[in-house]
Design a protein around this ligand. Structure first.
Ligand SMILES: *Cc1c(COP(=O)(O)O)cnc(C)c1O
Length: 222
């Protein structure tokens, strides 16, 4: 990555912060496809919240940069639960009680904040708990020692973005008698809408990393 790309990365990051900070929205930089030097540049500029979708990558980066919070996003296989339990600053993709218990078994000497992931797509193969089961899962996970449920996370289908964010916001207000503060929704293409609809955290990758992101993503898939 050359100097010019670092400068434009930091410029995009500053613009995003200027947009989100006045509204009290926390920016999670999704660094899953970003190289280490881009992460280091953002940390030097002051960014502290990063999100990873692969547990080993999360562990490696959490060890390297313990001054940051490493958020686990995306599906989790049971055999990777230990990395999340030990290294995540927040876990955004709780889908079942079994999975929550598997992670909690590796949380020692602290409490891990978690979000319940809700499937807003209406399609069973997508990740997250169905909206009608979210409240029950919140209540079950609330009883798991070592975890603290603090809100909901979701991804909006492209054809019903605003309605889906609204649904998630209303669900957050109802779940566990309205005791949850956090609402993590919105990515590069739809974060503005999510912020309008009450997001407290947004997860942004490609809007910051641009072409490196997609180039690395392609390599990752091949
Ligand atoms: C990759 C990813 C993001 C970031 O998406 P961009 O469109 O690159 O901003 C957000 N949330 C989840 C769950 C992801 O896996």
């Amino acid at each position: 990555m050359n100097m010019d790309s670092f400068e434009s990365l930091i410029r995009r990051w500053r613009a995003l912060c200027a947009e989100l900070e006045p509204r009290g929205v926390r920016l999670l930089v999704v660094s899953k496809y970003a190289p280490d030097d881009a992460v280091a540049a953002l940390i030097a500029a002051g960014q502290r919240d990063f999100a990873e979708s692969r547990p080993q990558a999360l562990r490696d980066r959490a060890r390297r940069w313990p001054e940051c919070q490493w958020h686990m996003i995306g599906p989790l296989q049971r055999n990777k639960a230990k990395y999340v339990g030990r290294f995540a600053g927040m876990w955004h993709s709780v889908e079942s009680l079994q999975q929550a218990e598997a992670v909690a078994a590796h949380v020692h000497g602290r409490t891990l904040p978690v979000l319940i992931q809700v499937n807003l797509s209406g399609q069973a193969h997508q990740h997250g708990v169905a909206p009608e089961h979210a409240d029950a899962l919140c209540r079950q996970v609330a009883n798991v020692k070592g975890l603290r449920v603090c809100g909901l996370m979701g991804m909006a289908p492209k054809d019903a973005t605003r309605e889906s964010f609204r649904t998630l916001c209303r669900l957050r207000d109802r779940c566990a008698d309205g005791s949850f503060a956090e609402l993590c929704m919105g990515m590069s293409h739809d974060y503005a809408c999510a912020v309008d609809e009450g997001a407290t955290m947004v997860r942004i990758g490609s809007a910051l990393f641009g072409e490196w992101d997609t180039r690395l993503a392609r390599k990752d898939r091949d």
